[in-house]
Design a protein around this ligand. Structure first.
Ligand code: FES
Length: 151
């Protein structure tokens, strides 16, 4: 909304022949800021692509990091069960909760954030609760529940 109001102010001023301090910042022909941010944008895209490829089991690794028994109480890990990546969390009483580790946005594998106690996608930042419910997008669907007894 702020951008819309600012755009309206700048455009109205330009139509009336006035000068605006933000004119250069919002000039559609500006190139300097785009060029300055290009390396960071390319690096972010490169990192996302690397993570996506790394998570494919038939490429450079299986994207998992331990057996299903490995998470200590309060922690989570990604395991592969039946060929599918599963995000497994062990609660304080030793019970296991499992959801699909494949993010529903574009398929990267989530990782457990011990500080926040959430599953987080390294590709675009989606966050999920231990039960797989969405806490933050861009993913639009929760992580699919898995039966820990089948792991
Ligand atoms: S793949 Fe984009 S947020 Fe997970």
């Amino acid at each position: 909304m702020t951008g819309g109001v600012l755009a309206g102010t700048v455009i109205a001023s330009l139509i009336n022949g006035g000068k605006e301090p933000w004119e250069g910042l919002y000039d559609p022909g500006r190139l300097g800021s785009a060029l300055r941010s290009a390396p960071a944008l390319l690096k972010a895209q490169w990192d996302t692509g690397k993570q996506f490829v790394k998570d494919r089991p038939d490429t450079f690794g299986d994207g998992t990091n331990g057996p299903v028994e490995s998470p200590r109480p309060g922690e989570g890990t990604v395991v592969r069960a039946g060929g599918k990546p599963c995000a497994v969390h062990r609660d304080e009483r030793g019970g296991l909760q499992a959801v699909s580790a494949a993010c529903n946005h574009l398929g990267c594998l989530v990782a457990f954030n011990n500080a926040e106690r959430t599953w987080e996608c390294p590709c675009h930042g989606s966050r999920f609760g231990i039960d797989g419910q969405i806490l933050q997008g861009p993913a639009l669907e929760p992580l699919e529940p898995q039966d820990p007894a089948e792991l």
